[in-house]
Design a protein around this ligand. Structure first.
Ligand code: NAD
Ligand code: TDX
Length: 332
């Protein structure tokens, strides 16, 4: 494998993956990204031109997708509408990009016999009770809650159908909540960090008892490369790093790490249909493919992420005011 096509490579996890690939492999990368509000060309700044090509375009553009897929050895599909709150306010773009966009890519890889890896989320499995001793595994039934997660579930099922019906050489991964640099300020952790920088109190949805299972974006990237190299065609792999924390704990930790009192936050209106808890059992990926997360504790990764937002205000500042205005309109 020499050349890969990365969709959504100007987004949070896609750009982290592109940095990781350039640093850790000899692969040549082409990024296909529409540069929606969530995409940022600056997230790829400084990467060498002889290793990276950038194409601005829509994954629903069948002619463009066909041309790019034809010239690559593998497609890694990150592009998506990714924010639950946006999917509650306006679901349509989620259907277009997440479902029709994935369909468009699948038809192209089918025509040209190209290896395909599909990036998905643990949210397809719905949520768990706080005291449930079980975590999500590859055998957990799909039970998505939001317009976002239901379109991700739909796209996963399209991939499975294209494997079985047409012999497409695809794998799927479902990962837990990522944190790290280049994450849009609409998301939980960057929103709170940048609020605190701006002297605004963090906003916790509802009581804040909801639990997310945090993984550093670099560990997600190493897992995807492992699956590309060793994954069995047609299989699904769950990616997680045993990082369960309540939102309240995370806000308190961010405040403490930024030198503020741990209780200096506000409770705001809860998210409709808010999933209570996600938790990943990544035994299959660890035992069958030998993957292990490398990042140490969540606390040190979070401290480094805070440093990154402090040092890169020029990257996030242009999005901050519009994002907060959108939240005010939603009561958050
Ligand atoms: P993001 O919103 O930060 O980035 C999405 C990128 O896709 C942006 O660069 C955007 O411009 C691009 N894009 C959107 N629509 C497009 C289209 N029609 N054509 C081409 N490009 C388009 O999202 P993210 O958080 O980096 O998530 C990336 C992927 O990882 C998604 O598939 C998401 O479901 C999955 N995922 C995310 C998390 C998480 O914690 N953020 C966890 C598990 C899985
Ligand atoms: O201001 C906030 N306050 C708050 O309490 C925001 C923005 C969020 N929250 C809560 C909602 C969630 O319980 O924090 C938690 C995390 O919220 P998000 O960052 O919006 O992430 P989540 O809804 O968990 O989904 C994320 O992980 C799975 C990604 O956005 C998805 O793309 C991925 O599939």
């Amino acid at each position: 494998m020499q050349r890969i096509l990365v969709t959504g490579g100007a987004g949070f996890i896609g750009s982290n993956f592109v940095h990781y690939v350039i640093e850790n492999t000899d692969l040549h990368v082409t990024v296909l990204d529409k540069l929606t509000y969530a995409g940022n060309r600056a997230s790829l700044q400084g990467l060498p031109d002889d290793r990276l090509a950038f194409v601005r375009g829509d994954i629903q553009d069948a002619l463009l997708v066909d041309e790019l897929v034809r010239g690559t050895d593998a497609v890694i599909h990150y592009a998506a509408e990714s924010h639950n709150d946006n999917s509650l306010a306006e679901p349509r773009p989620f259907l277009d990009t997440n479902v029709v966009g994935t369909y468009t890519l699948l038809e192209a890889v089918r025509r040209h016999g190209i290896r395909y890896h599909h990036i998905s989320t643990d949210e397809v499995y719905g949520d768990l009770e706080l005291d449930d001793p079980h975590r999500f595994t590859e055998r957990t039934p799909y039970n998505p809650s939001s317009p976002y997660s239901s379109t991700k579930a739909a796209s996963d099922l399209l991939v499975r159908a294209w494997v079985r019906s047409f012999g497409v050489r695809a794998t799927i991964s479902n990962c837990s909540n990522n944190y790290g640099p280049y994450q849009h300020v609409e998301k939980f952790i960057p929103r709170q960090i940048t609020n605190i920088i701006d002297g605004v109190r963090p906003k916790l949805y509802g009581a804040g008892l909801n639990v997310r299972d945090w993984i550093h974006a670099d560990d997600h990237s190493s897992a995807v490369l492992t699956i590309l190299a060793k994954g069995v065609i047609g299989e699904t792999y769950l990616i997680g790093a045993d990082g369960e924390r309540s939102n309240k704990d995370v806000v308190e930790l961010v405040l403490t790490l930024m030198g503020r009192p741990a209780d200096a936050y506000d409770h705001v209106v809860d998210r409709a249909g808010h999933d209570l808890r996600y938790a990943i059992d990544s035994t299959k990926l660890r035992t069958e493919l030998g993957w292990l997360p490398k990042h140490g504790g969540f606390e040190s990764g979070l401290a480094a992420t805070i440093d990154w937002y402090r040092a890169n205000e020029a990257w996030w500042r242009p999005q901050k005011a519009a994002t907060e205005a959108k939240y005010v309109a939603q009561g958050h």
